[in-house]
Design a protein around this ligand. Structure first.
Ligand code: PLP
Length: 369
């Protein structure tokens, strides 16, 4: 490879140039969005414009958008409510959901990686305590889309609330909060080319959402702390671009499928997770026995391609990623899984370069027997 190929969009996307310009401009203009003078009012106008773009990205009402410091914070705010006595989460949630409460009840997934709705129904029936269910829209490692409307129906029929982590889905596939029927939705700017350290919690009824960060009346009293105006402005621009580029993003499935068919041509026994399921168009998770994740990530890095073994947060661990473990994938395969996630900078040359480098690693494995 002559130049680097960034194939790790699910860890973080490159910041879009228009976002960098907008953030720089917002920083130059300054102003505290809570100040009553003209500078403050201008900053407020910029924040409210961003709120509209973020709401539009997920078909929500702008009054239900609370800007947060990350997707992690948005999940924590939704899930750590004192009003909720019982939390049911799927086994493949991001750690910001799995670890939001130490007493969360885990709902299993099928070997294919889909949440087990029968198990969810049984768990819901076990208790009358005020319950919240949290299931993600798209898994960060496999890209597999979860049956959210069906799960929401089960939760609501049982009188439970439903939170959805849509951090990986929003901006990559069409997301309609109202059609999903969820009570709240977590988002993050940096997965779609916005700044890192900005997120949003979308609430159906903001008045019932408990505060999480205390100490000020910002965000309608729902998230204290001076608004990160440049970050929020950047998020708004990223949301606008992502919404306009949804069709193009969808077309990445072709490049992804091409990459997978070339991997299979080199190694017909490779297992591609979620291949026949609805999944994000940009994500491929696959494993080949005997070719460890570590060897692939490091070998490809040396050859100029950035991919990952699992979610960035779990990098450095030598164990089957928990998402694959929850799907019953044995260690001999789980320890050999890599995630390639494409985005708007990805070209067929990137795929070609990846395959050339991957074939080298594969051939070396064969020659070492
Ligand atoms: N949820 C999912 C599914 C994610 O993939 C991530 C980030 O990797 C998060 C939540 C956390 O988002 P943030 O990085 O903004 O804290």
């Amino acid at each position: 490879m002559t130049s680097r190929s960034y194939l790790d969009f699910n860890a973080t996307a490159p910041t879009r140039p228009e976002v960098i310009d907008a953030v720089a401009e917002a920083m130059r203009e300054g102003g505290n969005a809570s100040s009553v003078h003209a500078d403050g009012r201008a900053a407020r106008t910029r924040v409210e414009k961003a709120r509209q773009h973020v709401a539009a990205l997920v078909g929500a009402d702008p009054t239900g958008v609370i800007f947060t410091g990350s997707g992690t914070e948005a999940n924590n705010q939704a899930l750590r409510s004192d009003n909720i006595e019982r939390l049911i989460v799927s086994a493949i949630e991001h750690e910001s959901v799995l670890q939001a409460r130490s007493d969360a009840v885990i709902c299993p997934v099928s070997p294919e990686g889909l949440v087990d709705l029968d198990a969810l129904m049984r768990l819901l029936a076990e208790s009358d305590a005020p319950t919240m269910v949290s299931i993600m829209l798209a898994n960060n490692e496999t890209g597999i889309l979860q049956p959210i409307p069906e799960a929401v129906r089960l939760a609501h029929d049982a009188g439970a609330l439903f939170h959805c982590d849509a951090v990986q889905a929003a901006g990559k596939i069409p997301v309609d909060t109202r059609a999903l029927g969820v009570d709240s939705l977590a988002l993050s700017a940096h997965k779609i080319g916005g700044p890192q350290g900005v997120g949003a919690l979308i609430c159906k009824t903001p008045s019932t959402m408990p505060r999480f960060v205390h100490g000020g009346g910002q965000e309608s009293g729902l998230r204290a702390g001076t608004e990160n105006v440049p970050g929020i402005v950047g998020y708004g621009v990223a949301a606008e671009s992502a919404l306009a580029g949804l069709n193009e993003f969808g077309a990445l499935a072709e490049l992804r499928d091409d990459l997978e068919s070339k991997v299979l041509a080199i190694e017909p026994t490779a297992r591609i997770f979620g291949k026949d399921l609805d999944r994000l168009p940009n994500t491929s998770k696959f494993a080949t026995k005997g070719l460890t994740s570590e060897v692939q990530v490091m070998g490809l890095d040396l050859d100029g391609a950035s991919i990952s073994a699992g979610s960035a947060c779990s990098a450095g661990r030598v164990e089957t990623p928990y998402v694959l473990a929850a799907m019953g994938v044995p260690d001999e395969l789980g320890l050999c899984a890599v995630r390639v996630s494409l985005g708007w900078t990805t070209t067929s040359q990137d795929v070609h370069g990846f395959i050339t480098a991957w074939q080298k690693l594969h051939d070396r494995k064969l020659s070492q027997g």
